[in-house]
Design a protein around this ligand. Structure first.
Ligand SMILES: O=C(O)CCC(=O)C(=O)O
Ligand SMILES: [Fe+2]
Length: 389
């Protein structure tokens, strides 16, 4: 089957910016246009019990890794249970999300606005960004790795998306949100531990040594978001495919990083694109995280692991909260095809890319003029005209 994925590498010498903007858009369009009804039969989102993955016996860990591989080859999505992140920690972060959006005044939020920095960190009002050009209802608060939140303490070598050492986080004032940072830190530490554990399983699933990704995740990229999806004025029914403007929470997209760990409140909303082009409404599995492969892992595995398109539509009459955590290798790592994912005679479908540079360009693509959160279009347009003249 010829798809735009197969075509991407044939576009010669794409810059990182071109690949993050045009290449990613072409991939999205190719997935949205797919109509492979037959492949829906193999599409499932399994619930994977992680308990045996904490066993001392390699065979137990490998058995879990094999289940992960199967999911990544098909839907690219799976649930994990018995993952080790405490219920109090998960409830805690969802409470902070509710508190952040309900209790902070517009003025307090404005001070944290993502427009004050170039990394997309802080408060993200609905109208400021769009992941695929739709009008979106979501409101967000984004924060990134800092060594103080890393249970290992980090290695002191953190580099942000733009290559600087500055973490860029914009925290509310302590007096405005007492305990907020402590709750975030507790949650962030929990999902970071889980992400590193999962990465060892991903390595086993790809016939690599279990510690293969260890040295690349010593100061990992990990943006997390608190997301709020208000109940729509006119809630769409589950059978309604065409959505009006105020019904899209977050537009159709694939994630950028290695994989995402998603925690949600009890209100459903995540919809996952099946090979037929129909949307699968993800059920909520109690005490689980939803895990999905991102574009990095897809390119790293030369397309073997699927980075599947998804979107959010709040079809209920209740507010929805979610907390995705996007796990990336250290942003200064160059990602290129894994040795076990390229057979003799095969070529890499993607060129090597530096993680942070690519993710920053994907984030920039969500802003109005595509030039970033702090963008001043006139200046950027002139810069581009000068550089292409
Ligand atoms: O809110 C959700 O359930 C999913 C969010 C998501 O897909 C994202 O932020 O990339
Ligand atoms: Fe996503």
């Amino acid at each position: 089957m010829a798809t735009a994925i197969a075509n991407l590498p044939q576009i010669p010498d794409l810059t990182t910016r071109e690949e993050a903007h045009k290449g990613a858009a072409a991939y999205l369009q190719s997935r949205l246009a797919a109509q492979n009804d037959a492949a829906d039969a193999a599409f499932s989102i399994p619930v994977i019990d992680l308990a045996p993955s904490f066993s001392d016996a390699l065979a137990d860990r490998q058995a879990v890794a094999d289940q992960i591989r199967k999911a990544c080859l098909t839907s690219g999505f799976f649930y994990v249970v018995n993952h080790g992140v405490l219920e109090s920690t998960r409830d805690g972060i969802l409470k902070q999300a509710e508190r952040f959006f309900a209790n902070l005044s517009r003025e307090q939020k404005e001070k944290l606005h993502i427009k004050h920095g170039n990394l997309g960190l802080g408060w993200e009002p609905a109208e400021y960004t769009s992941i695929a050009g739709d009008k979106e209802e979501k409101e967000g608060y984004n924060f990134a790795y800092e060594a103080a939140m890393d249970p290992t303490g980090g290695d002191g070598l953190y580099r942000n998306l733009d290559g600087t050492q500055y973490n860029g986080n914009r925290w509310p004032k302590k007096e405005d949100m007492p305990d907020f940072y402590d709750e975030i830190k507790k949650y962030y530490g929990g999902v970071l531990d889980l992400a590193r554990h999962l990465f060892r399983l991903f390595a086993l699933s790809l016939d690599l040594s279990e510690t293969y990704f260890g040295s690349m995740t010593t100061h990992p990229g990990g943006i997390a978001r608190l997301l709020y999806y208000p109940p729509p004025k006119h809630a769409p029914s589950t059978s309604q495919l065409k959505l009006s403007e105020e019904q899209i929470g977050l537009g159709a997209h694939s994630d950028y990083e290695c994989f995402t760990l998603l925690l949600t409140s009890s209100t459903p909303g995540l919809e996952i694109l099946k090979p037929s082009g129909k949307w699968h409404i993800a059920e909520r599995t109690p005490d689980s995280f939803i895990v999905n492969v991102g574009d990095f892992l897809m390119r790293w595995t030369n397309g073997l692991y699927k980075s599947t398109v998804h979107r959010v539509v709040n079809r209920s009459t209740e507010a929805r909260y979610s907390v995705p955590f996007f796990f990336s290798v250290n942003y200064d790592t160059v990602v290129e095809t894994l040795p076990t994912c390229i057979k003799e005679g095969e070529v890499s479908k993607w060129k090597p890319i530096r993680a942070g540079e690519y993710i920053l360009e994907r984030l920039n693509a969500t802003t109005k003029d595509g030039y970033g959160f702090k963008a001043n279009s006139d200046v950027h347009v002139k810069e581009e005209a000068a550089s292409t003249a």
